[in-house]
Design a protein around this ligand. Structure first.
Ligand code: NAP
Length: 249
């Protein structure tokens, strides 16, 4: 056997290397729950938030934290280059970072409209724009964008947010069509009312609005995200999955 035929000379691609997932907005709430579940499923993790990380979360696999504002195109470009240098590959992108700046349309400040669009929608574009070339070279990848039931049915007081989240659906379907021939899937999850910092000050008549009658937990979204990243979801692309207790049906 020549040296090139020895198993340890095979290209990395053929080794059962750990798969690598990038999760934005991973410092708390839904993003943290997705990161934890992906770690339990064996993924190495590149975790992103805009505030400084005081310490890296301890999960069962390798974790590296990155501080970047997802709305900043150049900052995301530099961060993705660092992630590629640190891990060597990117298999899964979870586009989860998001904010709310609620207000009625007659009172909504331009800055609040712009900031929500910049983080929630352009932020997802920025990550896909810089990570998809890596996935294209690998001829595989999973992109999962977090939308919202507000993007499907609208919500009074959230014109900016619902517009961004509806935009996520167009982004998801267009990217899914473009990248499908190269073995990359792109799907969206539309959560309903999930208990996190984002919703802690909202008073919602759960029984009236949600057929299942209770709010959701970040783990409910994490379970769907891990499924979409898994081999079992390899034939699903361009789909929007509501995880909302029936709120949006
Ligand atoms: P959350 O608890 O407020 O967490 C938001 C996360 O996004 C944090 O890690 C935050 O970290 C990060 N983030 C915010 N701005 C960022 C920026 N410019 N760059 C990078 N990271 C940023 O919110 P959540 O409830 O978990 O929501 C997660 C996603 O689910 C969002 O896209 C949200 O719109 C969507 N969603 C939530 C609900 C719900 O009921 N909770 C329903 C539908 C959809 P830093 O503050 O440190 O940056």
């Amino acid at each position: 056997m020549s040296i090139t035929q020895l198993p340890w000379r095979r290209p990395c691609r053929e080794w059962s290397l750990s798969r690598v997932a990038v999760v934005t907005g991973a410092s708390r709430g839904i993003g943290a729950a997705i990161a934890k579940r992906l770690s339990e499923a064996g993924y190495e993790l590149a975790l992103v938030a805009s505030s400084p990380w005081l310490e890296a979360p301890v999960y069962s696999s390798r974790v590296v934290t990155y501080q970047a504002d997802v709305s900043d195109y150049e900052a995301v470009k530099a961060m993705v280059a660092r992630i590629k240098a640190d891990f060597g590959r990117i298999d899964v992108l979870i586009n989860n970072a998001g904010i709310t700046r609620d207000g009625l349309i007659l009172q909504m400040a331009e800055a609040d409209y712009d900031r929500v669009m910049d983080i929630n929608l352009k932020g997802q574009f920025n990550l896909i724009r810089h990570i998809s070339p890596i996935m294209l070279r690998q001829k595989s990848g999973r992109i999962i964008n977090i939308s919202s039931v507000a993007g499907l049915i609208g919500n009074a007081g959230q014109t900016n947010y619902a517009t961004a989240k509806a935009g996520t659906i167009g982004l998801t379907k267009s990217v899914a069509r473009e990248l499908a021939p190269r073995g990359i899937t792109c799907n969206a999850i539309a959560p309903g009312f999930i208990e996190t910092d984002m919703t802690k000050d909202l008073e919602v008549p759960l029984q009236q609005m949600i057929p299942l009658g209770v709010s959701g937990q970040p783990e409910d979204i994490a379970a769907t995200a891990v499924f979409l990243a898994s081999e079992g979801a390899r034939y699903i692309t361009g789909e929007v999955i509501r995880v909302d207790g029936g709120m949006g049906m």
